[in-house]
Design a protein around this ligand. Structure first.
Ligand SMILES: N[C@@H](CCC(=O)N[C@@H](CSC=O)C(=O)NCC(=O)O)C(=O)O
Length: 281
């Protein structure tokens, strides 16, 4: 699978790069960003933290705003950020042009309903295709962690919960914790997966956490001034489901913080260290 390099910039003695390639899962071209820490030049295989961004984002938001590269360089962690949906002239978006569905809003699931099912296969892409690509073309090991924000925070939880053995660490910022019972999730699931709500349960972290096959400790940070907290995010539902299942979830409510990348950059070091404890050494 050839990679076309779009950019390369030195950053904290490592390299921040962007690549375009043809995706089999997404039936089209897609772009991802990757940060290679300086340890990559030693030739050893390094662990990888996959980051899933939220609604309206591309591969660039996290790399430009989270400020993760400094500590990733210190810890020897590769960072990989895919796009948030398939894109291209033949990829359908929201019929009304809304920002919370379709382009930039793939919800990291595999759609089953037309016209979404041909391209909207972000789960398969993130869990299988992207790691295979990264581990072939870069000095990347199969020690994988996954994290993300909002729609992507939920995506990270679902990727880990649905695929035991695939990841060694997981965390999330302000995840859409119970999408089958919030407006963003109901809109996405009803279109991507269809009207049968029983099938939505396969893609909801607050359901999956009660059926987990392995117990990777989950770290979640959530700001209490987040404008989406009550209507869309509902972390208390995830917390209650984890408690009922005796699943190790640490939910930290951070006073005064909102939903922005200012919140993410304030706590990204804690998340990188959470992942490094499982991935490095
Ligand atoms: N455009 C919207 C706001 C969209 C928004 O807040 N997106 C978040 C993720 S929300 C959940 O998935 C985000 O990360 N935005 C990009 C950024 O760089 O901040 C509106 O107008 O309200």
């Amino acid at each position: 699978m050839p990679l076309e390099q779009l950019s390369s910039q030195k950053c904290f003695a490592g390299w921040l790069q962007r690549f375009r390639h043809r995706s089999a899962a997404l039936h089209g071209d897609t772009v991802f960003a990757l940060y290679l820490p300086p340890q990559a030049e030693r030739g050893e295989k390094l662990p990888v933290l996959y980051w899933l961004s939220g609604l309206t984002c591309t591969d660039e938001n996290f790399m430009q705003k989270a400020g993760a590269q400094r500590l990733a360089a210190e810890l020897g962690l590769i960072l990989v950020a895919p796009d948030t949906s398939p894109r291209g002239p033949d990829v359908p978006g929201d019929p009304d042009g809304a920002w919370d569905f379709g382009l930039g809003a793939g919800f990291y699931l595999d759609a089953t309903e037309a016209p979404w099912s041909r391209h909207y296969r972000m789960h398969e892409f993130v869990v299988d295709e992207l790691p295979a690509l990264v581990e072939t073309h870069f000095p990347a090991s199969d020690r994988r962690g996954i994290s993300g924000h909002s729609m992507g925070g939920h995506g990270a939880l679902v990727c880990a919960l649905r695929n035991p053995g695939r990841y060694r660490s997981v965390s999330a910022f302000a995840p859409v914790a119970n999408p089958m019972h919030c407006p963003w999730g109901e809109k996405a699931f009803s279109r991507y997966i269809g009207a049968d709500r029983a099938r939505w349960r396969e893609w909801d972290a607050s359901v999956l956490i009660g059926q987990a096959q392995e117990t990777l400790p989950i770290l979640v940070d959530q700001g209490d001034r987040d404008a989406f907290l009550v209507e869309q995010l509902k972390p208390a539902v995830l917390d209650a489901a984890a408690r009922a299942a005796n699943y190790p979830l640490t939910l930290r409510i951070q006073p005064g913080y909102d939903h922005s990348y200012y919140f993410i950059t304030s706590f990204i070091d804690d998340h990188l260290r959470h992942h490094a404890a499982a991935l490095c050494g």
